[in-house]
Write a protein that binds this ligand. Sequence first.
Ligand code: ZN
Length: 723
Amino acid sequence: MLVRSRPPTSRVRAVLRRTFFVTSAASLFLHKLSFAKGNVMMDDPMLAPWVGAHGGFPPFDKIKKADFKPAFAKAMDLMRGELDAIAKSTKPATFDNTIVAMEDAGRALGRVSSVFDIFTSTMADKEVQQLEADMAPVLAAFDDEIRQNAALFARIKAVYDARESQKLAPDQLRLVEVTYKSFARRGAALGDADKKRMKEINGRLAALFTAFGQNELHDEETYTLALDDKDLAGLPDSVRTAMKSAAEAKGQKDKWLITNTRSSVEPFLTYSSRRDLREKAFRMWTRRGDMGDAHDNKKPITEILALRGERAKLLGFASHAHWIIDDNMAKTPDAARALMMKVWKAAVARVREEVADMQKLADAEKAKLKIEPWDYRYYAEKVRKAKYDLDEAEVKPYFELNNVLENGVFYAANQLYGITFKERKDIPVYHPDVRVFEVSDADGKALALFYCDYFKRDNKNGGAWMGSFVDQSRLLGTLPVVYNVANLPKPAPGEPALISFTDVTTMFHEFGHALHGMFANTEYPSLSGTATARDFVEFPSQFNEHWALYPTVFTHYAKHYKTGAPMPADLASKIKKAASFNQGYKLTELVAAAELDMQWHTLPASAAVQQPDVFEKQALERTHLVLSAVPPRYRSSYFSHIWFNGYSAGYYAYLWSEMLDDDAYQWFEEHGGLTRANGDRFRQMVLSRGNTEDLAKMYAAWRGKEPSVEPMMKYRGLKESGH
Ligand SMILES: [Zn+2]
């Protein structure tokens, strides 16, 4: 369950249908300086420059697990030498001899890291897990060593201070600022005493994050609900089977077990007709980390908040949220809050209608109850069946994976951007399930390599994500090599892979990230492709989801795998209708969680020590998001996203990037929908530009105005209320 260090520029990861962007400040720098000159150690397949079609690719046929440790050691040494040469130069610091030289350092380490990353995320057997555990502290220490290199920072600062007078191009100026900030935000500009305190704070926070995660895990593993066969009313076979094997894993015979995790509790709440047990399961699940025992998370939360507040103050910010969001597209907590405030009334109004629908259904059944949180999913499922009944078995034959990929995902990209795809069987892959495509521009020029790895297997992380083996850079002369990973069920040999519409959407989503990486056309690797702020990075991917339902795209791929017949119109319209199901609930639980996160993290360092449960209740009351049937998606005591998974003061980013993606799609609708002209303009002004300009300015220049929330309300079937 722990999030592993991952270079955010190389990895965008989705969990469930919507997305989850994992980042780690510690790994950011390592990847940014990710391409070392490889004129040494030509014999090592990971360290030597990669060669081959489209600018080169990882030689997976020559890479052995045993090579990782020595390769990392050599690559770090190499980068250390490169940075030392910059830091110890006796010449005055300039953009070229400092900032550009840093962009050019660490190429070998970038290669090793990118290959290691695919091993740890998709082939993490015992040996790889051990390697990862061994390497994590070594890489973190190396990152610290770079950040604390005072001579190096002095030169960066000299360039930064003189940046206005150096006649830099806009992307160069941006690079200076991004580089300086990446050091300063970690405390490089502080005096010695403050630096020391910062180090103490970070060390203590790391310990608290571990404690928080372990407490949560403890409660997830310790508390379970063991049921007998008389308790299984309403549960479909798939849920029963999962509960049975959970019980067997714990050595409980003739029992069915609900474990204390979302994947176990949610299906139970959805299908069980036993209201008493639903309530029990719900209460168990929502008290994780809040049991008042030695594993209670309220204490770590209080301490994390105090330390974060203090650190923000050291760095000159009003609160942790101000510090975090300063680096994002929204720029201030107020801007993020303003979006939530625009949305919540409509969300709550909608969820009230949804609850009323359910109440009606419950009343008709003479259930004699008022819908409570443990009833919500159960009645929502009944409403869904009545209103939007979608039979997966009927739908899936129209979504055969390869057909969806080539006639849906690739087709939409071809129609919008003119790019073409050709499978390459001669390029070595890291696993037999992986396929490689060369991607060419409309004029036939090589653009990128695209790897896809769609099937679930042992030792592979859950969810779906995008990553890169090579980032595009004109400075380094590199073309992008990107990949998409997912966990779709693998069919038996010879059988077709038939997938759900949710999976189809996931493929479009991840390919949106891939396009952001493949269209990158920037000079400097640190500003390339997906190396953008948290509240922007999910925008291209969520935007790309829209094309899955676009009429000319949908009819091009939604065809029966045996007969080739198009999907019947009534089935297609059911799929479209189902997309708006439950939007009020989804939005409300999201806004409530985002609001909770923001209220916690805008507390200044001087704020009195808070009682987490009291604060949580008040925080939700303040925003009128208290609805008995809809709690926030996470309560504070198990909201690991914001306490240690890198989403602190950042949960709003989900909402922010959804606002952008719907607003962007609206532009396409206003300008004739799916056309080459529209696609090319979007590519040129947004997708190719990475982080080369202030993202709010970049967006507004393309859109012709600031993003607005109205399209999101429209596409979600929400109405803005009058006040
Ligand atoms: Zn994503």
